[in-house]
Design a protein. Structure first.
Length: 180
């Protein structure tokens, strides 16, 4: 017997193990074959999802601003990513300085919760005052909507400066511009 060689059955087993290892580790030809001859090829288990790009942010901001201008509403428009991080903030002429903080807080709350910020206002107005102590949630007023695509939150648009329902109308106009 020569060192490094195995009996005929051992070589077949070793060959099979090498093939299985190559498939599991993504080696040569891994996508083209399965470790077992009659088994289907398993798709890549890694998930992918969409995210906001700068061009998306520009579309959202332009549409929201157009909605606000059409009604002569002095508002601030905030757009955040799915983690609540600010991507865009625009305070239109005449909007109160406080509206900048409020719009960003509403947007962040909507993105992190993946729902309209009005939901939180309704919870609190419904008597669940303990919700006011929820961590990282400051903008619990109507006026922000999440940007949802295929079940995933891409971010949110928050608006502040007029009545809460009008703020939400401007935010929805921005999200609608993406056509999702």
């Amino acid at each position: 017997r020569v060192p490094g060689q195995f009996p005929a059955t051992g070589n077949a087993i070793l060959s099979g193990l090498r093939a299985a290892a190559a498939v599991m580790l993504g080696g040569p030809g891994a996508a083209a074959r399965s470790p077992l001859p009659d088994q289907p090829i398993v798709p890549n288990p890694m998930k992918s999802r969409s995210s906001l790009e700068f061009s998306d942010v520009v579309k959202i901001a332009t549409a929201a601003q157009a909605e606000a201008h059409s009604k002569a509403w002095a508002v601030t428009i905030a757009i955040v990513d799915d983690g609540g991080h600010l991507l865009h903030l625009q305070r239109l002429d005449g909007a109160a300085p406080l509206s900048a903080s409020m719009a960003a807080a509403k947007a962040r709350t909507s993105a992190l919760g993946r729902r309209d910020s009005a939901v939180y206002e309704d919870i609190i107005n419904g008597g669940r005052h303990a919700f006011l102590s929820a961590p990282l949630v400051e903008g619990m007023l109507e006026g922000a909507v999440p940007i949802m695509h295929q079940g995933h939150c891409l971010g949110a648009v928050g608006v502040s400066g007029v009545k809460s329902s009008e703020d939400a109308q401007v935010a929805r106009a921005g999200v609608a511009a993406l056509g999702l």
